[in-house]
Design a protein around this ligand. Structure first.
Ligand SMILES: *Cc1c(COP(=O)(O)O)cnc(C)c1O
Length: 397
């Protein structure tokens, strides 16, 4: 991550195809577009590469989650279980659906703790939403078993683990639906964009309609199309899809670079007995977009953060002290600073969140350091970095 580091001729060529005929929209204008259908082509690429029957592009990863929840029939009065360590899009999309987000602890995979998920199930639970944070996956067998037992749907947020897999299947293609983001800092980027994957043909039809005002997309006269369902506009443009198409053709190259760089850093840090790593349910499937490690105490992890800065190392975070990814600093959410009234069900469901404690996650996140794996580093640069990181860590022990 991120794919923009290696923008080149492939992306430029796809984009020029669109600019040359000027059709920036993914639907219609058949005669003008000289056979260029970039969004359709990118959806086909996703289907082929991820081994799923349907891919629906959207305007962002967040709107891919909106569409996923909609096609799963999630709405007022429902509950969706999500982790307390994730990106804000998780609760944003659930709130947008009208359902109540139910936040639970993570475990040492840095993703949903299956025991905490099971304890949080109520008669209103409809979906379990694991988020494959920082490149690696949740324990999908355990979560699928819980879904089967309680008749729930599994929605994988694979936005940060593009190209990873679990027991031979691609992440995002395993649950009832899965989502990707192609925003500017993701492994494959098109500026802004997202995708929903599913093998469920009803979901696919509804996603196609819902993301474009409910249009049925039958025939070639957009104005004459009917609207079988209510929808929104979550469309991707041809310009964005074109860049994504150029990028996805380089997916194998990008993942291979991430894996090489990750292996060099991990090997170097493995030699320090005080350093431990997150548990990875299927190590072979790690997309290696990040390297996450734990120090024995929060105090030591803070010292490592300072030492990294003084050794000139960049691109790392301790999420305990970061506003984006952990519940601790989500005051706007805990205080429900909504511009418009929320339902009583949502308000009541979230009323205890400010005081709710997540001791297991606090311990893990406060001791964790997450290092971004860049695509543009040369092997020599990674080796130098690995040596510096090890030195910095040893300096505080
Ligand atoms: C980036 C991201 C999203 C949302 O993506 P956008 O395209 O920026 O809307 C959702 N979930 C996770 C885990 C992400 O990292």
């Amino acid at each position: 991550m991120p794919g923009f580091e290696l923008f080149g001729d492939a992306e430029r060529k796809e984009l020029n195809d669109v600019l040359e005929n000027g059709v920036l929209m993914r639907y219609g204008f058949d005669g003008m577009r000289n056979g260029h259908w970039k969004a359709k082509e990118l959806e086909q690429e996703l289907q082929n590469r991820f081994g799923v029957n349907h891919a629906q592009l959207t305007s962002s990863g967040t709107t891919a989650l909106n569409v996923a929840l909609a096609v799963m029939g999630v709405g007022a009065g429902d509950e969706v279980i999500m982790p307390c360590f994730t990106f804000v899009a998780s609760f944003e999309s659930i709130l947008a659906s009208g359902a109540t987000p139910v936040l639970v602890e993570i475990d040492d995979t840095l993703t949903l703790d299956p025991a905490a998920v099971e304890a949080a199930i109520t008669p209103r639970t409809k979906v379990i939403m694991p988020v494959h944070m920082c490149g690696s996956m949740a324990d999908l067998d355990a979560l699928q078993a819980i879904c089967d037992k309680h008749n729930l749907l599994l929605l994988e947020d694979a936005c940060q683990a593009f190209g990873g897999s679990y027991k031979g299947k691609m992440l995002g293609a395993i649950g009832d639906a899965g989502t990707f983001s192609f925003d500017f800092v993701k492994t494959i980027t098109c500026g802004e964009g997202g995708a929903l994957l599913t093998n469920n043909s009803d979901y696919a039809t509804w996603a196609d309609q819902y993301s474009d005002h409910g249009h049925d997309h039958i025939g070639s006269d957009r104005g004459a199309e009917t609207h079988p369902i209510l929808g929104y506009n979550f469309r991707i443009s041809e310009l964005h899809a074109a860049v994504g198409l150029g990028q996805i053709k380089r997916m194998d190259e990008f993942i291979a670079i991430q894996r090489r760089n990750h292996a060099i850093l991990k090997e170097s840090l493995s030699e320090i007995p005080e350093v431990s790593f997150r548990r990875i349910p299927d190590p072979e499937g790690d997309s290696c977009g990040f390297l996450n490690f734990f120090m024995p105490t929060a105090e030591l992890s803070n010292k490592v953060v300072e030492a990294f800065a003084s050794y000139g190392i960049d691109a790392y975070w301790n999420y305990f002290n970061n506003n984006w990814h952990y519940i601790r600093k989500w005051d706007h959410f805990k205080e429900l600073k909504s511009l418009f009234p929320l339902s009583d069900h949502v308000k009541n469901g979230l009323s205890g969140l400010e005081k709710k404690e997540f001791p297991q996650s606090d311990d893990l996140i406060s001791r964790n350091i997450s290092c971004l794996i860049k695509l543009s580093w040369t092997e020599e640069e990674v080796r130098e970095r690995a040596e510096k990181m090890a030195k910095a860590i040893k300096s505080v022990l």
